[in-house]
Ligand binder design. Structure first.
Ligand SMILES: *Cc1c(COP(=O)(O)O)cnc(C)c1O
Length: 419
């Protein structure tokens, strides 16, 4: 029995792709199980209990669930301390709080992974000294470009750190909307070691968006002092409705807490308004959900490679985030893919995505997203600018079985469009 009409050709493609990905799925399962046990242990060790899932209002003093969740997350991420809050408005907001938490006027920050993710440009004030940016507060940004192959230039990083004094070294782990490889924990460690060797006082901060629970270790175990991410990506497990987290060394997390609310009260206030349960549950689900998203990415890579497209990462490549790029090569194919994927979404399946202008982008952008949480990219979604090389960035998939159906519908729509 089938609820969707797939041709024999498509069924054969599915079967072939599943055979191809089997060994990689086995690897993903191992990491998922390891991380799931790590999370379960953190819940048990911290004696998470029903009252912790309760509601606080007003100032939110003595919210035991909130304070305990910080400890649970810290244990999961291997850090001394952590802050996890529904009230971070986005990943960018969370990263911004962390940056402002640590940096002071006249400090210098060095990006070790080239130009950061689009939305962070404004936070640093890289292109223009916008109101409220770090540049506006007299914090100087500079960067070491990635090498031609997209990997960090460790020698250039060391040279830059020898030449000048930097308060912070900033590292972006995920590829964002580029075709550079994402940084594995092992590569992150090399980078952190290089910073420590030349400039031991420099605070190493990592943008960990899309990286949580993809590997057995987190940036803390690579030597990072502080890292942050979004809860509508990996760490929210597809359940958190909004929010972010900051994790790392105690003294730095405390500094961020005073920026998160205000100096003096820091983390002592902040009503959770009933979000505790979803944040606990999301964190509990996160390793599994990330595993499903990884399977979806690997499966999509296999399907599109079998169809003759260039994909990055390839199905057999070890992953450091949940993002899959597919180079479709034409505007028409990108649109057909997105329309097909959207038609296989649990929410808004009847909507037909169209390319359109997006603030901050020079070319039209198309996106497919039929998610329970607006903009949640731990849920199956794809987007990309309509320009050379006509690549789509696909990510998420709360459960593999549903997500793979979405991918098959994308292929089906592309095939129908060719006729
Ligand atoms: C998603 C993401 C962010 C934060 O983006 P928001 O849309 O603000 O959540 C930052 N850096 C990277 C690499 C990301 O992928």
């Amino acid at each position: 029995m089938s609820f969707f009409e797939f041709s024999d050709e498509l069924k054969a493609l599915d079967k072939k792709a599943l055979e191809k990905v089997k060994p990689y799925f086995d690897e993903i399962e191992k990491v998922t199980e390891y991380n799931q046990q790590k999370v379960l242990k953190a819940f048990i060790d911290n004696r998470v209990s029903e009252p912790d899932l309760g509601i606080s209002t007003g100032y939110g003093y003595d919210d035991i669930g909130r304070d305990k969740l910080d400890k649970v997350l810290a244990q999961c991420l291997g850090t001394e301390d952590a802050l996890i809050r529904h009230s971070f408005a986005s990943g960018t907001h969370t990263l911004s709080v962390a940056l402002f938490g640590i940096l002071r006027p006249n400090d210098k920050v060095l990006s070790l992974t080239g130009r950061p993710y689009d939305t962070i440009i404004g936070v640093f004030g890289i292109d223009e000294k916008t109101d409220g940016s770090l540049a506006d507060f007299g914090i100087e940004y500079s960067q070491v470009d990635l090498k031609a192959d997209g990997t960090p230039d460790i020698e250039a990083v060391k040279a830059a750190l020898k030449k000048d004094k930097y308060k912070m070294a900033y590292i972006q782990r995920s590829r964002g909307y580029s075709l550079r490889p994402s940084l594995h924990i092992a590569e992150l460690k090399e980078l952190c070691d290089a910073v420590r060797e030349v400039s031991p006082e420099t605070v190493i901060m990592v943008d960990n968006c899309y990286g949580e629970f993809v590997e057995m270790n987190e940036p803390s175990q690579a030597g990072a002092d502080l890292f942050a991410g979004s809860l509508i990506k990996n760490a929210g497990g597809g359940i958190a409705k909004s929010g972010g987290y900051i994790a790392g060394k105690k003294k730095y997390v405390e500094m961020c807490a005073h920026r998160m609310t205000c100096a003096g009260v820091g983390r002592e206030i902040g009503a959770t308004l009933g979000h505790n349960r979803e944040l606990y549950m999301g964190l509990f689900f996160a390793p599994h959900t990330v595993g499903e998203a990884l399977k979806t990415a690997v499966y999509a890579a296999a399907v599109f490679e079998l169809l003759g497209f260039k994909v990055s990462p390839r199905p057999d490549e070890k992953r450091a985030d949940i993002i899959q790029s597919i180079i479709l090569g034409s505007r028409e194919k990108m649109i057909a893919f997105c329309k097909g994927l959207q038609s296989g979404s649990p929410i808004d399946s009847f909507v037909s995505p169209e390319p359109s202008y997006m603030p901050g982008y020079t070319d039209d952008v198309i996106m497919a997203a039929g998610a329970f949480t607006l903009g949640a990219s731990i849920e199956l979604s794809a987007d990309g600018p309509l320009r050379e090389p006509y690549a789509l960035w696909m990510q998420g998939g709360l459960n593999f079985h549903s997500a793979k159906t979405g991918i098959l519908l994308a292929v089906k729509n592309m095939k129908e469009n060719e006729r």
